[in-house]
Design a protein. Structure first.
Length: 422
């Protein structure tokens, strides 16, 4: 048993990704990192992914050997072997380092992550998971025992093993962190944190020191999924997340800190408190002419702050600006019409309201645009623009219809949550 130094202890959930458990040497480094943290007096819950590319390898073998004709519940049972093996290996290695530990497996009666029966992409039932974590895992920390939990896995109420989908081990870590009121959740990966760009695409990206969940969701919207939306839904404000590299072999090294949380519900609000105007520049291939775009951007920056810029098609460029923008703005933009032969005319529509429908994982909600637009159409409210951007939908309506539009969209979204039809 390791002698503990109880100076400034923390309660930590440490999740190790597959790349940080790729082989015996990597597992030993991860185990020693946990042992060091425990020796300093910290209470640590370990969540492990499958070793290396085990899950992908298992999927490939299953597809090759069975032609993909395996039932979803059997597939989950087979795939669970990766994480279950990792948990056993990690727990055994921790004991060899003198750390008292307890391994949690879905076969156990006190397994904490209970899900629905959506095999291969199951959803945890928080009202059952949180009490079970507090009942079966939290007391161990007070006894100096380090729990090791197989990530990515759950089980149904009748005992069938499920998997949580991509990013499932992060989901496990966030649920446990929430339940035990962790000081932080540490995600141990093969990178130094969240980077300013994909190192496979950009040269020398820099590490982001801190980022909000909202901003992270925006990156995910653009196709860069550092953490999957499903996992982000289970992160609340009670703990921060720190993404670190496994190479230093310690849990307290620098990385990217993720703060905040996302609303689990869709909501609608007025995005700009005053009317906005829509400015359209029409021509031939105007959105494909860099010089025109550069001039428009320069003028907009000089005279006003654009709310939203959009190239609707190659024959037009649309800007949305505060209606109180200086009159010189319009004259300056009109000068572009006189300067370039590709541009024909400028048109302005004033007195518009910009509404924002916001919520996590909008791409996972098919039919959302129709649910927003249909009640407006049915009530004869014109839509002058509709866009999706960074986990939100932006809708432009007449300023005089703003309150009615918000009420209609809000009711439609609430009806969707309750399972009603519009």
């Amino acid at each position: 048993m390791i002698k503990k130094n109880r100076n400034n202890p923390k309660r930590i959930v440490a999740k190790f990704g597959g790349s940080s458990l790729a082989d015996g040497e990597s597992i030993l480094k991860a185990v020693k990192a946990v042992a060091k943290a425990v020796q300093k007096g910290n209470q640590v819950v370990v969540v492990v992914s499958a070793m290396g590319k085990t899950t992908d390898a298992l999927i490939g073998i299953i597809n090759q050997s069975s032609g993909g004709k395996v039932s979803p519940n059997l597939l989950d049972d087979i795939l669970s072997m990766g994480e279950r093996t990792s948990a056993r290996l990690f727990a055994a290695a921790l004991k060899a380092q003198g750390v008292e530990t307890r391994c949690f497996d879905p076969a156990d009666a006190d397994w904490p992550i209970i899900t629905d029966s959506s095999f291969t992409n199951a959803w945890p039932k928080l009202d059952e998971c949180l009490p079970r974590v507090r009942r079966h895992i939290l007391p161990l920390l007070g006894k100096g025992i380090t729990p090791v939990v197989a990530g990515f896995l759950g089980k149904t109420r009748n005992g069938q093993i499920t998997t949580l989908g991509r990013g499932g081990s992060d989901t496990t870590a966030f649920i446990i962190g929430r339940a035990i009121q962790a000081d932080e959740v540490v995600l141990v990966t093969d990178v130094d944190g969240i980077l300013s760009g994909d190192p496979k695409i950009v040269h020398q990206p820099k590490r982001i020191n801190q980022i909000t969940v909202d901003s992270l969701a925006g990156l995910a919207d653009s196709g860069t999924k550092f953490i999957h939306f499903k996992a982000l839904k289970y992160k609340d404000d009670s703990f921060d997340v720190r993404v670190i590299n496994h190479q230093p072999g310690k849990l307290d090294c620098e990385g990217t800190v993720i703060v905040g949380s996302l609303s689990s519900e869709l909501n609608v609000s007025l995005a700009h408190n005053e009317p906005v105007m829509m400015i359209t520049i029409v021509g031939e291939h105007v959105s494909e002419t860099p010089e025109i775009i550069q001039d428009i951007a320069g003028i907009a920056k000089q005279f006003s702050k654009p709310i939203l810029g959009s190239s609707s098609n190659y024959n037009s460029i649309v800007l949305y600006m505060p209606q109180k923008s200086p009159k010189q703005l319009i004259e300056a933009l009109h000068s572009i019409i006189l300067k370039y032969k590709e541009t024909f005319a400028i048109a302005i529509r004033e007195n518009l309201a910009l509404l924002k429908i916001k919520g996590v994982g909008l791409e996972e909600k098919p039919g959302l645009i129709g649910r927003i637009a249909e009640p407006l159409r049915a009530n004869h409210l014109n839509i002058f623009g509709i866009f999706t951007i960074t986990s939100s939908v932006l809708v432009l309506v007449d300023w005089n219809d703003e309150k009615k539009a918000i009420d209609l969209v809000r009711k439609s979204l609430e009806d969707k949550v309750r399972g009603k039809e519009v």
